[in-house]
Each structure stands twice: as C-alpha cells, then as structure tokens.
Design a protein around this ligand. Sequence first.
Ligand code: FE2
Length: 375
Amino acid sequence: MLKIILVYFIICTSFVFSQENIPNLLGPYIQNMSDRDARICWSTYLTSVKVTDSEGKISYLPEYEQHSIELTRLNANSMYEYDIFNNGNENGKGKFITYPNEINNFNFVVLGDTRSNPDIHSQIVNGVIDTNPLFVVNTGDLVSNGRNIHDWIKFFEINKELMRNTPYYAVLGNHEKDSPYFYDFFPPPGANNYYSFSVGDALFIILDSEGKNLSAPNYLTDEYEDTFWEESFIEYFQNQKDWLNKELNLHKDAGFVFVFQHQPLYSIKESRIEDTNKRREFWGDFFEKHDVQFFINGHDHHYHHAEKNGVNYITTAGGGAPLYDTDIPQAETKKYSKVNHFISVNIEREKAVLNVIDIDGNIIDKIEAERRKTE
Ligand SMILES: [Fe+2]
C-alpha cells in the first residue's frame, strides 16, 4: 500500500472553503491497466489545515492519504468487479475490463483541458460515459491549478462515475504546475513522465512537453530569460526524443501508433504559432519517419486537425477551459472548430476511426487511418 501524506499549504485566495465541502473519499479509480495487471487507487481524508489571511479570510486545506492496491495474474479481456471497503458501501465499488492480449476491436476516448468550467466538464464526462470507452486519455491541464487540492477534489467529484470503471491516463499539462499532487494521484509507471502502453497491437505513447519545474530568476533580463528556458530544457527533451526513437523502433510491428503530449506542433491561435514553429523544428520529420498515425495534444482550447505526410496532428482541448478563437488556419489544417468536445476512437481490424463529438452529441469530424501492417 502506497502511503503518501499530502501536506501542501497552498492558499486559495479566490474562495473560502468550509470544512463541509471536503469529501472523505477521492476515487476509487483505475491506473496501470494491462492485459494481466491493474492498480486500484483511492484517497481518504485525514484532516484539514486552517489558514487565515491578513483580512481574516479562512481557508481549510485538506490532507489526504493515498492508497493503492495492485491486481495481478488477471485474465485478458475479462471483466472484474472490486469493492475497496468490502462492506457493501456503493462509493467503494467499481469494475473494469482488462485489455485484450491479441488484435481485437475496442474504443477509447481522448479529451483535454478539462479545467475551469465544472458544468461543461460534467457534460463532456457524461458524453464520454455514453461511449463506454475501454480507457480515457486526458491531454493535460486536468485542473486549473495543480497545486490547489480543491481543484483536484472537484476533478475527482466530476469524474467519479467514469473513473471508478475506466482506466484514466493523465498527460502532464502546464496547469498541473509539476505539482506533487499530480504525481501522487497519477504516478507514472516508471522513473520518467514519458512512457508507453499497448492494447492488442496498438501502441500508445505519453510524452511530457512541460519539462522540469523551473522558475527563471527575476534578475534575468528578457534576452537571458529566453536562453535560460531553452538551455534548461534541451537535455531533458533530447533524452525524451532518444527514448521515443528507441521505443518506436522496438515497436515497429505495431498496427497503430498514437502519441500524446500537452503542447501541439501546429497551432491556429495567433499568439502560439511561433511556439509551435519551434517545436516542429525540434521534432523535424520524426513522426513521419516512424509512421506515427496520430499525434494528439491539448493546450489550445478548441478542436484542430492538421495533416502532413500521413501524420494526423490533432488538438483536442475542449473539455471545459475557456474556448479560444481559431485565428489563423495553417497550410496543413484540415478542420477546426471552436467548440467543447471530446474524441471517441474506434480501433477496428483494418483501420482506426476517430469521431469528434461536440458537447451536444453531434459528430463534427471523422478521421480514419489504416492499420500499419497487414496480417
Ligand atoms: Fe495548457
């Protein structure tokens, strides 16, 4: 049992939280799913720290204890039910299906930037549940402020029914702020923030576009601040790229390859186009050479699909954050929409089909890619 006591004294200045708002339980939820293993996680309330600011405003900051239990030697493609309390309390119950260990049809969901608006986030989650996904990938910025425990409490409240029955992969976004809470709730399976998993012969890669948690010192001029950021991160990102190169070479026979990271390689938001140009310079034709079919991101709060030489670059960040205008379509742009949405992906024998579904349940775009190899 993993026991991590969370004690981070982050003061939320915009809300006053009474102790009544604090739930006793976060979860349960499912991590590290495979065709034979799974991990059930949950957090229980311990106590609250009371903080009073200079104007007498009081905040209560709850401390949670994190629990997890590993399930091993499971059968592939099989349903299991669990009950973390073993006392009949419905709040502790859930179920899941292990991944198939052979080529099989399945569907999963990708969504992103679920922060800021709980009502929209809830509607999107209800739409996701209706598609009955095998698992869910969130492309990052799950919450507005990853260092605020109350944001995480709200996140788990909205996702309770989904996450108790569905493995949930969290890509690190900038709003997570490299927070210890993120790593306590969603610990990566290995030593790095980047990792892979597979379902049948479909390969899924989770990347970290955020790098180390650094702050540029205030005394740096603008000129040196740019250098500070570039030089601080280059080694980290190069190591990640080298790892991915090896990983994709090892999985040359994968039928489908999906790569996820928070920050996109193509933007249609004017103020972010320069950043994406730099990112494309860094990656070059890497994804084309490795025959990656889908590179899926968040960060820009709308839907955008670009395509270049067989690689689909997709931004899905319509889970609840304030929507952005779609300023400047790029030469590679195929479709875009300023809309709250998620993507339901069907993996079939011959092809992958992505249905982009808006908050009202309408399919607003459909993307297909053929299996990379023939059986
Ligand atoms: Fe972001």
